[in-house]
Design a protein around this ligand. Structure first.
Ligand code: ZN
Length: 155
């Protein structure tokens, strides 16, 4: 694995351990050339997915991109990073299990929102607000109203 800092190809694995409830292997790597340390994850990939964007363009599914958007939504939320990793793996597994190689970006967005809604309402709203690109503030208010968990009588 090439060192992301200096480009040296000959990096060493210092430590390997299961992660995300044994769905992934986490490896700590060390570059002897520059002293850089970095981490890689090894995961099962059932199939190569292609995302069909709303403008019809196709691009390879990129787990890191998905992860970044979810982590942005999760910023400063009291959720264990491990739990977020598990959620992302669960989403990817679902996408891979859909039986199609081509997946509409809309479908991915919906699955992400569904998963976020189960874990953290704030992160869900953040993601949804970006994803759905609400034009009118009123729409957004309605949307947030719908998200509120049912309150017990008299609150
Ligand atoms: Zn290096």
């Amino acid at each position: 694995m090439r060192c992301p800092f200096c480009g040296n190809i000959d990096t060493q694995v210092k430590d390997s351990r299961p992660a995300e409830d044994h769905v992934a292997i986490r490896r700590r790597r060390f570059c002897a050339a520059c002293g850089g340390r970095f981490t890689t994850y090894e995961r099962v990939q059932l199939r190569d997915l292609v995302v069909i964007k709303s403008n019809g363009k196709r691009e390879d599914f990129d787990r890191d991109k998905l992860e970044r958007s979810i982590r942005i939504a999760m910023q400063k939320r009291p959720i264990e990073p491990e739990r977020i990793d598990q959620m992302i793996s669960g989403i990817v597994r679902r996408l891979e299990s859909m039986g199609e190689t081509d997946i509409q970006s809309k479908t991915i967005g919906e699955i992400v929102m569904e998963s976020l809604a189960r874990i953290d309402t704030v992160a869900y709203v953040r993601f949804a607000s970006v994803y759905k690109n609400f034009q009118a503030a009123d729409d957004f208010e309605d949307f947030v109203q719908e998200l509120r968990p049912p309150q017990p009588d008299g609150e």
